[in-house]
Write a protein that binds this ligand. Structure first.
Ligand code: SF4
Ligand code: SF4
Length: 352
């Protein structure tokens, strides 16, 4: 409860001024991946590596002020020490409110076992997002691995069976040109396998070209029928019940996603490198996944993010974000804290 209040206070404060230190950290634990996605080429990097557990410990001992930590990859469950990473976080980051991670859901047994151990650490809230990009055949084609739909569903159902009020699981649907008219069919296919499924358990994000995804040349993923996509998103919004704060933020995410699709411009002043940052396996700090400009390196700053945060280079890159001198995007990794840092505009600007 205390951690939730601290998180709310930090998010509320970000409406008035940039936070002194970021409250959300997105940390890439590995560049390895066992899917073969059409919309992301991370898996093609044969030399991808993991961050070292010793460095992770050094980092969280020095940099322990986060309220929300998202562990990502690649596929983080390819690592054998995900529990140890979470234990380091639990031991050092006392204010952590949300621990979140995406997974492609392929390693079902390992994911269920790791999550079970992680829940034993008693975090305030752990949320796992399992990727699902369409009904069975479409998902398997887009993910490039036979059986990936069955495994993602099995992982989701296994995690749904976990009875723990501090835990939630949802599906993350990445919209690309290949599946943009299949949101409804995907929901039907999930319901056929898991009748208790509700829209509360589905989050939408858009595929982007980004150097980090090694897919800059793959323009085929970009949605060509904006009106069709906006109509799909409107149907999704109309059917989604606003039951809790996360549903409301997700609703606002989709509202502004429609605006982004029309304009290609980030619809609210971005809070990247103010409320949040991205750290990669080599300890470089970036604003986000899409703006590939380094704000510094943590190894060169004694793994002390506060020290790096005070540097001229971090301030200069933040100034570029603030000025909109970036590729512009709208992804849940960054949009949630951008919504939280622009509450009056997010709530009261007219419907998109
Ligand atoms: S989208 Fe995720 S699962 Fe697919 S290749 Fe990229 S990191 Fe792997
Ligand atoms: S608008 Fe998008 S690309 Fe630009 S800094 Fe924010 S999250 Fe990154």
């Amino acid at each position: 409860m205390i951690n939730t209040l601290k998180f709310a206070a930090k998010a509320a404060g970000s409406n008035f001024a940039d936070p002194q230190l970021p409250y959300k950290l997105t940390m890439v634990l590995t560049g390895r991946c066992n899917n073969r996605c059409k919309s992301c080429n991370i898996w093609q990097n044969q030399n991808a590596n993991d961050s070292l557990i010793e460095d992770i410990e050094r980092f969280f001992k020095k940099s322990n002020f986060f309220s929300w930590i998202s562990l990502t990859g690649g596929e983080i469950f390819l690592r054998n020490d995900v529990f140890s990473v979470c234990k380091i976080i639990k031991d050092n980051v006392k204010d952590v409110c949300f621990l979140t991670f995406p997974t492609n859901g392929y390693l079902t047994e390992k994911i269920l076992a790791d999550v079970d151990r992680i829940l034993g650490l008693n975090f305030n809230k752990v949320v796992v997002s399992v990727s699902l990009d369409g009904p069975l055949d479409m998902h398997n084609t887009l993910r490039g691995v036979d059986g990936s739909w069955d495994r993602a569903l099995k992982t989701f159902c296994g995690l749904k069976a976990v009875k723990n009020r501090r835990f939630a699981v949802n599906f993350g649907f990445t919209i690309s040109n290949y599946n943009m008219r299949s949101i409804g069919k995907t929901i039907e296919s999930i319901k056929a396998a898991y009748p208790k499924f509700s829209l509360k358990d589905l989050h939408l994000n858009l595929a982007f070209n980004a150097e980090r995804y090694s897919n800059m040349d793959n323009k085929g993923i970009l949605c060509t029928d904006s009106d069709g996509l906006i109509s799909e998103l409107t149907t999704y919004q109309e059917n989604k019940k606003l039951l809790d704060p996360i549903s409301v933020i997700d609703y606002l995410h989709v509202k502004f996603l429609k605006r982004y699709i029309k304009s290609g411009r980030t619809p609210l002043p971005c809070m990247s490198l103010a409320s949040s940052c991205l750290v990669d396996v080599d300890w470089n700090v970036y604003p986000c996944f899409n703006f590939n400009v380094k704000a510094g390196n943590l190894k060169e700053n004694d793994f002390d993010l506060a020290k790096l945060w005070a540097s001229g280079i971090r301030r200069a890159v933040r100034a570029r974000v603030k000025a909109g001198d970036c590729p512009h995007c709208w992804t849940p990794c960054e949009s949630f804290q951008t919504i939280l840092g622009n509450m009056p505009r997010a709530f009261f600007s007219k419907r998109a």
